[in-house]
Ligand binder design. Structure first.
Ligand SMILES: Cc1cc2nc3c(=O)[nH]c(=O)nc-3n(C[C@H](O)[C@H](O)[C@H](O)COP(=O)(O)O)c2cc1C
Length: 332
């Protein structure tokens, strides 16, 4: 049988298939099931900087509605509330570490390098094997340039890497004006891995009700192509590992991302759709493909079709349909 062992962020994984951060990795029971189904590692659900901040603000409002609140009390409330949120999260890390042997990667969703960053060392002390920084700065602030926005990513990474020794990865979006160079610059920081790309809540429109609604929460199969292209382009061009995520629904999708140059893959939607035990099917499919193709280890084929190694590098940059598709005929 093929050897699927993989090193990611300096951690030894028995295979490159990781359960991505989601509610499924927010409880120990499912984490145990994921390990039993063969997951190489788990990324815990994120602790949200914004959420903590929002709840703290709400609590402050409630408090200010009452008479005789001293400013010091408000300061205390800030700390007490934040501790409550974080204590639950630290407990999750500890319990997950006690329950499973696979690497447990903690995750923080962050939008600034302020206040919360002390948490990183608490997360390290709780036993997390690594920390994934789930960062998303939507470039909608018209007073901020792309340089300003990118600086936030670097500030967060610099701040966190000065607080912990565990490896750090950055899970990012594709909202950069110079995506390739920006990803490379991020890889030159102290991150050990880039996770390409996060999937976010996306608004939609209900045309009957004529109102804004929630978009699809789970990814669809065609969502793989964005990350596949960029994994292939960035492989061998970054100074760190690459974890591919979004739209990876089958073992065959995993093979594609590894051929493109991913170190590991992270899956969520397919586990929501098919149950956490589906993890074992994904891994079996990857293993069967390797056996079938005669690859003994993942390193034997990883990055074989990365842009820099490919015999057809232009294929990864083709953007226009042009004449290649002129033979396409219309369906009736
Ligand atoms: C219900 C749900 C909750 C998620 N929660 C988080 C989260 O807390 N932190 C995070 O970094 N990503 C979160 N994600 C994103 C996933 O980790 C993953 O990167 C994304 O869904 C793309 O992978 P997929 O196509 O396999 O779903 C969530 C995804 C889903 C579907």
């Amino acid at each position: 049988m093929a050897n699927l062992e993989t090193t990611y962020l300096g951690l030894k994984l028995k295979n490159p298939v990781i359960a991505a951060s989601s509610e499924l990795t927010g409880n120990v029971e499912d984490i145990k099931k994921l390990e039993a189904a063969g997951a190489g590692a788990v990324v815990l659900k994120s602790l949200f900087e914004e959420e903590i901040q929002m709840e703290m603000d709400q609590m402050k409002q409630q408090m200010t509605g009452r008479p005789y609140i001293y400013p010091e009390t408000m300061d205390y409330m800030d700390e007490a509330f934040e501790e409550d949120q974080t204590r639950k999260y630290l407990r999750l890390i500890k319990e997950a570490k006690e329950a499973v042997d696979i690497p447990v990667i903690a995750s923080i969703n962050c939008v600034s390098a302020q206040k919360w960053t002390y948490l990183a060392s608490e997360i390290e002390k709780a036993g997390a094997d690594a920390l994934e920084l789930n960062m998303f700065i939507l470039p909608t602030d018209f007073s901020r340039s792309s340089v300003d926005n990118e600086k936030i990513y670097h500030d967060v990474i610099n701040q966190i890497s000065s607080e912990v020794d565990i490896p750090i990865s950055a899970k990012v979006s594709y909202y950069f004006s110079d995506l390739g160079p920006a990803l490379r610059r991020l890889s030159e920081t102290r991150v050990k891995g880039l996770v390409l790309f996060n999937r976010f809540y996306a608004p939609d429109i209900d045309t009957d009700e004529i109102k804004v609604t929630n978009g699809h929460v789970l990814s669809s199969a065609s969502d793989i192509h964005l990350s596949l292209r960029w994994v292939a382009i960035m492989a061998n061009r970054v100074e760190c590992d690459i974890a591919a995520t979004t739209g990876i629904h089958t073992g065959n999708d995993i093979v594609k991302q590894l051929l493109a140059g991913a170190t590991t893959v992270q899956v969520a939607s397919s586990l929501y759709r098919n149950g956490v035990n589906y993890m074992s099917e994904l891994i079996a499919e990857l293993s069967a493909w390797m056996d079938n193709k005669g690859f003994d280890s993942v390193d034997d084929f990883r990055g074989k079709l990365a842009q820099q190694k490919s015999t057809n590098p232009a294929a990864w940059e083709r953007a226009q349909f042009m004449r290649n598709f002129s033979h396409f005929t219309r369906h009736k």
